[in-house]
Design a protein around this ligand. Structure first.
Ligand code: CP
Length: 318
């Protein structure tokens, strides 16, 4: 495995989930695979879960890890080619990336949407430059438009908690005070569309996601109707995708907050969220603290999802 940015790169999805669940039974089984191999984690943006779970996954495999917070202690990086570098940016990404590749065997990159240009964000400019110029296998630790490690962990969690062969999984928009990228819902849709689930997306009008991720998913603009009979509720905020409103907040409607009344419409659904979550905006205290909430085991599976990706990348180095 050379890159991990989307569901297709996993190959057979059922086999990938099975492999991950096997790793979970003994997460130190491949301890020798990463001996004398180094993972470089490059963060252009903040993180709690991704930072810790990725480092832990690498350690499970016997790897060394280096963490670079680009905005804390590194030279300020220019990312656009052709710029006259007479400002405050001292180094260009086009030198920095191959240099980083000299010091490691695998690279993980986190680089969020900037909301300056939809075309720039959806070109995944920074992640793609790492893929092209580092000379190393590269995986996304959340890019501008996708978060595949999160979605893989989400699918593993659904597999563990489902009570029927083909569960109904609902991705629900919920309000948030800040404009958030579409990366998490994009990847969740990307994975759910390939999984054996009945997948429904519910959001206010105007919050339609990129069709390349939505594909054949059912869209339901009535949130309560969408929740009826659901086995999993996956709440998430995202900003508008459509050209004219790209990256904007179109609604702060708190009637979309996931509360107990709405969860009572479901088939005793499990509540999921990638975290961090804004309580009483996205979800009420009562729901996230209820036995139906599986946000903590979901976060725990980030370690397993990442370990499987790193294992496949290490195997491809040999
Ligand atoms: N879910 C997730 O990626 O969390 P962090 O932003 O804390 O890494």
């Amino acid at each position: 495995m050379q890159t991990f940015t989307n569901v297709k790169e996993l190959g057979n999805l059922q086999a990938a989930v099975k492999e991950a669940l096997e790793i979970k039974k003994n997460r130190f089984a491949y301890k020798s695979l990463g001996e004398n191999k180094t993972l470089l984690m490059v963060f252009f943006n903040s993180s709690l879960r991704t930072r810790l779970s990725t480092q832990k996954a690498a350690m499970n495999l016997g790897m060394n890890t280096i963490v670079l917070d680009v905005n804390q202690g590194a030279w300020r990086l220019e990312t656009e080619r052709g710029v006259v570098m007479d400002g405050d940016k001292s180094e260009h990404l086009l030198e920095a990336i191959p240099v980083m590749g000299c010091y490691c065997d695998i690279i993980g990159v986190r680089s969020f949407a900037r909301f300056e240009s939809k075309a720039d964000d959806y070109s995944e400019n920074i992640l793609q430059q790492f893929i092209r110029y580092s000379g190393r296998p590269v995986f996304s630790m959340e890019g501008a438009t996708t978060h595949p490690l999160q979605a893989f962990a989400d699918l593993i969690t659904i597999e563990e908690y489902k009570t029927q062969a083909r569960p109904k999984v609902v991705l629900s928009w919920a309000p948030h005070p800040k404009a958030l990228p579409q990366a998490v819902p994009n990847s969740f849709a990307d994975f759910m569309n390939e999984a054996d689930v009945d997948f429904v997306i519910t959001h206010p009008e105007g919050y339609e996601l990129d069709p390349q991720f939505v594909r054949g998913a059912k869209i339901e603009y009535n949130q309560e109707k969408a929740f009826i009979g659901a086995d999993f509720i996956y709440a998430k905020n995202w900003s508008a995708f459509a050209d004219v409103h790209y990256g904007q907040i179109l609604s702060r409607d708190r009637s979309w907050t996931v509360d107990t009344d709405k969860m009572n419409l479901t088939n005793q659904a499990k509540f999921m969220h990638c975290l961090p979550v804004r309580r009483n905006m996205i979800v009420t205290d009562d729901v996230i603290e209820s036995p139906q909430s599986i946000v903590i085991p979901e976060a725990a599976n980030r370690e397993i999802a990442c370990e499987m990706i790193l294992k496949r990348m290490l195997e491809s180095l040999e």
